[in-house]
Design a binder for this molecule. Sequence first.
Ligand code: ADP
Ligand code: NA
Length: 346
Amino acid sequence: GAKKIIFSGIQPTGIPHLGNYLGALKQWKHLQDTSDKADSLIYCIVDLHAITIPRHCKLLAQSKREMLAALLAIGLDPQRSTIFHQSAVPAHSELQWILSCTASTGYLSRMTQWKSKLQSQSLSLSPSETTTSNPALRHGLFSYPILQAADILTYRATHVPVGEDQSQHLEFARECVTNFNHTFGSNIFYPPKTILSPAKRVMSLLDPTRKMSKSDPNPKSTILVTDDQQTIKKKIRGAVTDSGNFVTYDPERRKGVANLLEILSHLREDGATPAQIAEEMKGEGLVVLKKAVIEAVDAELAPIREKYAELLANESYLKQVQRLGKEKALKKAASTMRMVRTAVGL
Ligand code: ADP
Ligand code: NA
């Protein structure tokens, strides 16, 4: 088939958790291991997205290093894949501006993530305030889907592997392609395809109605890919289920149990579905299910946390990888931007 350009990103806002791993990173590694030699793989640590929520500069710098180490620890190969920090390639920001000149604010304001932000903010306002005057509603949070579209289009990516929470943003990126091509009469860009991994949505261990997220303030709600065996044990034992001490797969009424069965299913080599695993455990209590999840998660993450510790201690190697990724990404971006500037007349 045609040469694929696979692009995806992750925010350096903390160590990746099991949701990031099963929903995205494991898929990145799988694509790297199975893709054709002619295909490109571009994996970006999106630090410009991370500053939509301000944090201390030292913390951001540390998170960027940790994320790089984590990506290498899960098995991404800096020779085969282009692994780099977003802000090292100014083209992302330049293209964001150009795309924003043809992007619809109406479309942006219909984004689920923005609407939920708006809603949570308006709930915390006094009656005399309005959401439009609220300083907590920053423009970066509103417009970051354009930056995300720019990330993808800077490399003219054909495929974007993400978790389900990003589907809407990918649709918006396709809209940006249409708007750009139409306005400037160009055919530089083509609509990128979404690749959803089998683990579309891993839920919080403490509230199975919400997705597991790096921004969740309670560390017991997430399993980090670097957690040690004891920590994994404690967190999974503490996972909120329900009052029924039996194993059934009922994603509507038993979300907590379903989440554990789904996690286990994603880690099983034999491809057993959550319902099949529940059937195997018929007559057992939840302790048996949790024990199986603990073992599977620990077996998967043990080599990752060992490699991570090694890599994080090797500052010069990380710097070297960072430089290599930046060089490769800059080159690819420059070739796109030459075409973009010509199409726009800049
Ligand atoms: P977070 O929301 O935890 O900060 P990012 O926004 O950096 O994570 O997302 C990185 C990747 O991980 C994206 O592809 C996203 O879709 C995926 N992802 C994030 N959380 C989950 C989850 N709970 N389940 C599945 N995939 C997820
Ligand atoms: Na996210």
